[in-house]
Write a new protein. Structure first.
Length: 84
């Protein structure tokens, strides 16, 4: 492998550092995804509905106003298509 160089104001070494950092974070992200999958599997084996749990996790990320807005819009669409 050749040594990094600087070209057109771009530091090859800095680019390599950033790429390696991204690669490490991607590995960590993959490990975390595996851990999350394991927790959902544990929840499922304990009798919990993981689809509902995923919805709750998603809703908890939203602030109250945004969550209420989404719930109201969902309710409106359900009425519009004859589900209510």
């Amino acid at each position: 492998m050749t040594q990094p160089t600087n070209i057109a104001g771009v530091s090859g070494e800095r680019v390599i550092q950033l790429i390696e950092r991204i690669e490490r974070l991607e590995e960590e992200k993959s490990g975390l995804a595996d851990d999350i999958r394991d927790v959902y599997a544990e929840a499922k084996s304990a009798g919990f509905d993981t689809k509902t749990m995923r919805q709750i996790v998603k809703l908890r990320k939203l602030d109250r106003q945004k969550r209420e807005e989404e719930e109201m819009l969902l309710e409106t669409y359900k009425i519009a298509v004859g589900m209510e």
